[in-house]
Design a protein around this ligand. Structure first.
Ligand SMILES: *Cc1c(COP(=O)(O)O)cnc(C)c1O
Length: 263
């Protein structure tokens, strides 16, 4: 796959200066036009392992608007693998844009009702084809976190006292915790409402020697829940875009940025 250079963008604003905070944003979104940066870092070790083991197909899970689904479909096409998306919810008459695009990239879908979706082991047991390599929803897992632990190497890592990112499955955050030093503070902003299992989900991906690195997950910036985007959030995104030419998304980064300003 071909990638663009990523860099840190310095954000200058009155509210930062007043609080004597200097803020850089790592523009991982620029890595690739289709596969957003963090998604690629999480995926790549799984894809390498699938290839190594001679698997022909990658199967994974996601919702109808999942960037992980797009990233998987695109990467599989690039690496000559078939892809199957197990999609949460009933099949609709019309596919979401995400699914339409994933389909164009060659992904096949199986729609899984919400109850079955909760227990993914059942779905896996129903599809025991030995050519299938399974990737968890959102790329969750040790390999995903190991991939994500490379992300901070694209920054001048030791310059920062605080590192803040959005949290979905916790894989990205686990990668950041793994690659940070014990005096850095890692903050995750949950994109979901009341997901109490996140702390443990992150800890499961950390090596024992990293369990003491401090990280915290904040649950007060979900704006109503996953992918919810009330007018206040949209207004904020537009403001940030016009002030800093920084494009934010409604699911993750706008909520992180809002939290940074609020904190
Ligand atoms: C997907 C995504 C996340 C969530 O990552 P997890 O590893 O599932 O926690 C966070 N931020 C951005 C920008 C994302 O695209």
């Amino acid at each position: 796959m071909e990638f663009n250079k990523i860099f840190t963008q310095k954000i200058e604003s009155d509210w930062l200066e007043e609080n004597q905070v200097s803020l850089d944003v790592l523009r991982l979104d620029l890595l690739h036009p289709v596969v957003s940066g963090n998604k690629w870092f999480k995926l790549k070790a799984y894809i390498a392992e699938a290839k190594e083991h001679g698997k022909r197909t990658i199967a994974t899970f996601g919702g109808a608007y999942s960037n992980h689904i797009i990233a998987t479909a695109f990467s599989c096409k690039e690496y000559g693998l078939d892809s199957i998306g197990f999609i949460r919810g009933e099949e609709r008459d019309e596919l979401s844009h995400t699914l339409q695009y994933a389909k164009q990239l060659g992904m096949r879908f199986q729609f899984v009702n919400r109850e079955s979706y909760r227990d993914k082991e059942i779905t896996k047991h129903q599809h025991t084809d030995e050519n299938i390599y399974w990737i968890e929803e959102g790329g969750y897992g040790i390999k995903g976190a190991a991939g994500a632990s490379e992300i901070l190497h694209y920054t001048n890592i030791f310059m920062y006292s605080h590192i803040i990112s959005a949290v979905g499955t916790g894989t990205l955050l686990a990668g950041l915790v793994s690659s940070s030093t014990s005096d850095q503070h890692i903050i995750g902003i949950s994109s979901m409402k009341g997901n109490d299992s996140l702390n443990d989900a992150v800890k499961k991906l950390l090596l024992p020697n990293k369990l003491l690195t401090s990280f915290e997950i904040l649950h007060d910036y979900h704006f109503g829940g996953y992918a919810k985007h009330p007018p206040e959030l949209i207004r904020f995104m537009n403001e940030i875009y016009s002030e800093h030419q920084l494009p934010l998304d409604i699911v993750y980064t706008s909520k992180v940025f809002y939290a940074i300003k609020d904190l």
